[in-house]
Design a protein around this ligand. Sequence first.
Ligand SMILES: Cc1cc2nc3c(=O)[nH]c(=O)nc-3n(C[C@H](O)[C@H](O)[C@H](O)COP(=O)(O)OP(=O)(O)OC[C@H]3O[C@@H](n4cnc5c(N)ncnc54)[C@H](O)[C@@H]3O)c2cc1C
Ligand SMILES: NC(=O)c1ccc[n+]([C@@H]2O[C@H](COP(=O)([O-])OP(=O)(O)OC[C@H]3O[C@@H](n4cnc5c(N)ncnc54)[C@H](O)[C@@H]3O)[C@@H](O)[C@H]2O)c1
Length: 476
Amino acid sequence: MTESETIAYDVVVLGAGPVGENVADRTRAAGLSTALVESERVGGECSYWACMPSKALLRPVVARAEARRVPGLGQAVRGPLDAAAVLARRDEYASHWHDDGQVAWVESIGADLYRGHGRLAGERSVTVTAADGTVTTLTARHAVAVCTGTRARLPELPGLDDVGPWTSREATSAQEVPGRLLVVGGGVVAAEMATVFQALGSRVTVLVRGTGLLPRMEPFAGELVAEALTEAGADIRTGTSVTSVGRENGTVVAVTDAGDRLEADEILFATGRAPRTDDIGLETVGLEPGSWLTVDDTLRVDGTDWLYACGDVNHRALLTHQGKYQARIAGDVIGARAAGRALPPSDPWGPHTATADHHAVPQVVFTDPEAASVGLSLAEAERAGHRVRAVDVDLTSVAGAQLYGDGYRGRARMVVDLDEGILRGVTFVGPGVGELLHSATVAVAGRVPVDRLWHAVPSFPTISEVWLRLLEAYRG
Ligand SMILES: Cc1cc2nc3c(=O)[nH]c(=O)nc-3n(C[C@H](O)[C@H](O)[C@H](O)COP(=O)(O)OP(=O)(O)OC[C@H]3O[C@@H](n4cnc5c(N)ncnc54)[C@H](O)[C@@H]3O)c2cc1C
Ligand SMILES: NC(=O)c1ccc[n+]([C@@H]2O[C@H](COP(=O)([O-])OP(=O)(O)OC[C@H]3O[C@@H](n4cnc5c(N)ncnc54)[C@H](O)[C@@H]3O)[C@@H](O)[C@H]2O)c1
C-alpha cells in the first residue's frame, strides 16, 4: 500500500453507476466541488450488465414477435433470429464494455473521477485504493453519498462453486447462445433472460420456487408472461427448488427437491440482489457491513447528518429511473443544506423529498407480452390498509390493441382508493403497453381524481383507449 495525499471536496460520491453520476450532476449544478469514485466502469451495472444490454437483447425478440402477429408482414419474419447480429448489436449498446463516453461526461460536468476501490474511513472521509495500490484520501466538507449498487445474490447450494453459474452479468454479456439453459428464479431477470435465450435458440427451463413468475406484480402479469413463454417452447416449473448442482463432463446437472435431474449447458441464477456494502468501511461509521442502507426521504442515512445513500444500495426500489430520481433529490438536498437553506419541515411533494418511492414506482418488464405497473397492486393496497376496488379490463376489447396485432392478448387493472377517489396502482400487460405506463404514473403520482380522468380522452384507435374501458367499468 502506497500512501499519498489527502484532497478535500465539498462532496464525495462512492460509486459511479447511473445513480452516482446523477448525484454528482446535481451537486455540481449546486456549485459544489465533487469527487466521483469508481472501482469498475463509469456507468455501473445498468450500462454494461443490466438495463442496456438486456434491453438490446430483448428488442429484436419482441419486434419479431409483434411483426409475426401482423398478417402481410408475419410471413416475412418466420425465420430464426440472427443470433450473431443480435449479440453484436447488444455489444454496441454495452459500448463494448468501455466507459470512455461516460468518463468524458464526468469531465464535462466538472467532477473529478477517482478510479479504485472506495471505503469510508470514519466521518466525512473516503480512501480510494487504486489498482497499483496507491491510496488517496478524500475528505468531504458537506456530504458523502454511497451509490455502490448491488451484485447478484447466489443461494448457498452444494456444488455451486464448481458449476461456474451464470448471473445476470454472464447472461447479459454472453458471446454464445447455450443449447440448453436452466434459469433459477421467477423475478424480472429470470423472465427477461428466459425470453431472450428461448428466442435465440436455447431450450430454456425455468425453475420457480414460488407459484409463478413476477411475484411482485398483479398475478395476471406473471400468468400471461408464463403462458407466452410456454407457447414459445420454454418449460416453466413452479413450486420447484434446486437442491444441488454440479458439472459432469461439461454438462450442468441440477437436482430439484422433487428428485428430478435436469441437464443443461449453462445455469443462470436470477435469485435477487445483495448490496455492495460488505467492503466499504461501514464499520468505521458505526454501521453494519453488508447491510442495506436505510435512509429518510431526503436520502440521508438514519442517524447521520453527512452520509447519504441512493439507488439500489438503499433497497427502496431497485430500478435505474427510481435511483436517478433519488439522486436528483439527494443532490439538491445536499446543495440546499450546504448553502445553509433550511428544508421545509414537511413538503411531501416538494423538490427535496423522495415521496414517489412510497407511492408511485413504475416498472416495465420488457418481455412478450410486456408487463408494466405503477404504484400498489391490489394485494399491496389492501395490506397497506386502503379501502380499494380493483377494476379489470381485457385489452382485447380495445380497437387499438386489435389493430396492433392479430390475436392480441392483454389485461389491465386499476386499483381505486374508494375513500380518496384516486388511483393507488395501475397494471397493464400486453404487447406495446410499456409506452402507456407513464400516463398511469402521472395519474398515480399526481393523485388525479378518478372523476377528472373521465375528461382525459384517449385517442382512437390507440391502446390507450384501455383507460376509457377501465373508467367505464368503474362507473358500471
Ligand atoms: C439484468 C438486469 C436488468 C435490469 N434492467 C433494468 C431496466 O430495464 N430498467 C431499470 O430501471 N432497472 C433495471 N435493472 C436494475 C438496474 O440495473 C439498477 O437499479 C441500477 O443499475 C442501479 O444503479 P446504481 O447506480 O444504484 O447501482 P449500479 O448500477 O450497480 O452502480 C454502482 C457502481 O458503484 C461501483 N462501486 C461499488 N462499490 C464500489 C466501491 N467500493 N468503490 C468504488 N466503486 C464502487 C460499481 O462498480 C458500480 O459501477 C436491471 C438489473 C439487472 C440485474
Ligand atoms: N425491466 C426492469 O425493470 C428490470 C429488469 C431486470 C431487473 N430489474 C431489477 O433488478 C432487480 C433484480 O432482479 P431479480 O430478478 O434478480 O430479483 P427479484 O427479486 O425480482 O427476483 C428474484 C426471484 O428469485 C427467487 N429466489 C430467491 N432465492 C431463490 C433461491 N434460492 N432459489 C430459487 N429462487 C429464489 C425469488 O423468489 C424471486 O422470485 C429487481 O429488483 C428488478 O426490479 C428490473
